[in-house]
Design a protein around this ligand. Structure first.
Ligand SMILES: Cc1cc2nc3c(=O)[nH]c(=O)nc-3n(C[C@H](O)[C@H](O)[C@H](O)COP(=O)(O)O)c2cc1C
Length: 203
């Protein structure tokens, strides 16, 4: 085989592998039609400890992620306030199809793993029926923690307004999750901040 043909084969294999293994998801546009009032939503917000074993469709997931950290203005700024406009928050979605990183600008879920790692969050019995867990990851900067708090509260409110169920969860092994996500280590690395189970409440 000539050197040229060898290189051609090499690149074809490389490109086809990318398309074969990276099952990124182009999300539908978020649904902004909910008319519930903010006051009513605040009145009803509470953590869910009893979930239905039901997955979340991509339209709803797209809306939840937009609510959490989506772009809401032409200049690229987000649904949450961010210190110095620093976009130092990453939101990962864990579900039965793998792990995805939310790309807010492209409204895309980038697949990071094809493996189901929901078991990493199963330390409390009600978690057995949870179909999706959001994991908030940030820089080691204090502000990243605040950004995660703003984000998960936005999600709590959306979930309440849509009669779904969610709970913020710190009871999981962050080190284990960091390893699965292969987060960069060291001073300038990233850390797992908090998780949030989302789904449908059983009532
Ligand atoms: C940062 C944070 C971490 C939490 N971690 C857990 C957890 O690991 N497990 C759990 O069952 N609830 C967890 N919760 C939920 C709280 O227990 C819950 O918000 C609190 O009991 C008040 O109830 P409410 O959300 O229904 O008002 C957490 C909440 C926050 C804000």
């Amino acid at each position: 085989m000539s050197k040229f043909n060898f290189l051609k084969c090499f690149f074809i294999v490389l490109i086809s592998n990318y398309y074969l293994f990276a099952a990124d998801i182009k999300l539908p546009a978020p649904d902004k039609s909910n008319q519930t009032t903010l006051i009513k939503t605040l009145e009803n917000r509470k953590s869910c400890h009893d979930f239905l074993n039901k997955s979340i469709d991509n339209k709803t997931l797209s809306t939840i992620l937009w609510v959490a950290y989506g772009v809401n203005r032409p200049d690229g700024k987000r649904t949450i306030p961010t210190a110095k406009n620093g976009k130092d928050l990453d939101i990962y979605v864990f579900n039965e199809n793998g792990i995805y990183l939310y790309d807010a600008e492209k409204n895309l879920l980038l697949q990071k793993s094809k493996n189901n790692y929901l078991n990493l969050f199963n330390k409390q019995p009600y978690m057995k029926d949870v179909s999706n867990v959001l994991v908030y990851v940030g820089s080691k900067n204090d502000y990243a923690v605040m950004h995660a708090g703003s984000s998960y509260q936005n999600v709590e409110l959306f979930i309440t307004a849509n009669n779904m169920g969610s709970i913020v969860r710190g009871f999981f092994d962050r080190k284990e999750v960091s390893e699965v996500l292969n987060l960069p280590k060291g001073k300038k690395g990233k850390r797992v901040i908090i998780s949030q189970a989302i789904g449908y409440k059983n009532n």
